[in-house]
Design a protein around this ligand. Structure first.
Ligand code: GAR
Length: 224
């Protein structure tokens, strides 16, 4: 399936925490390297720094409280139905999960099939889930990195759009490695959004092809 579009891409960002990937996308849009418009920044955390960053840039911000949905038999789907309604109201075309620490259900996955991306701080399919930098160090990996992928129902399982690799150094801690990976996250997430905006991502099964593509993804940088 090829995703083609003509107008300015309408993007929503879902974020739970610090919001540095949100910031990278905002900065790329403001710098003109990404042709898109952020029409909603949504968080499940009222005091999320991501919401504060969005406010500073005059972007529409929404805290969607999970509490009213707790206790319902399908509480996660119910929460996602509220999100879906908000996304539809804002005519969102692409959803970005940016440090969004809630599992999305089929309610959103189906509505935004091949139109919802996530960034994850490992070279998937290695190390899905949490604490992945520590796990990569403990496993003895020599390379780590990050992945932008389309979101499917399986956590961190969707078709891979872009990846970037960094070395794992002997004296790395989870923190130092996470910081090195984050530098690459801030490059490849905006790049993936721009490829989508240009209609250049073609999804075939598990594989995502970049049409009229130059080589994409970051170089692997080894210790000297
Ligand atoms: C990023 O490292 C992102 O890759 C990770 O959370 C961090 C959010 O940082 N996401 C996941 O682990 C999702 N599985 P940010 O709030 O500064 O963008």
């Amino acid at each position: 399936m090829s995703i083609k579009r003509t107008d300015v891409l309408r993007v929503a960002v879902l974020a739970s925490g610090r919001g540095s990937n949100l910031q990278a996308v905002i900065d790329a849009i403001e710098a003109g390297t990404v042709q898109a418009k952020i029409v909603a920044v949504i968080s499940n955390k009222k005091d999320s720094p991501a919401l504060e960053r969005a406010r500073l840039h005059g972007l529409p911000c929404f805290f969607v409280d999970p509490k009213p949905h707790v206790g319902q038999p399908d509480s996660r789907e119910s929460y996602d139905r509220e999100l879906l309604s908000l996304l539809r109201q804002h005519e969102v075309e692409l959803v970005l999960l940016a440090g969004y620490m809630k599992i999305v259900t089929r309610v959103l996955v189906e509505a935004f099939a091949n139109r919802m991306m996530n960034i994850h701080p490992s070279l998937l399919p290695s190390f899905p889930g949490l604490d992945v930098q520590q796990k990569a160090i403990e496993w003895g990996c020599k390379l780590a990195g990050c992945t932008v992928h389309f979101v499917t129902e399986g956590v961190d399982e969707g078709p891979i759009i872009l990846q970037a690799a960094v070395p794992i150094l002997d004296d790395d801690t989870a923190g130092t490695l996470a910081a090195r990976i984050l530098v690459q996250e801030h490059k490849i997430y905006p790049r993936a959004v721009q490829l989508f905006a240009e209609g250049r991502l073609r999804v075939e099964g598990r594989r995502v092809f970049v049409e009229q593509g130059k080589p994409v993804g970051e170089a692997v940088i080894g210790p000297s």
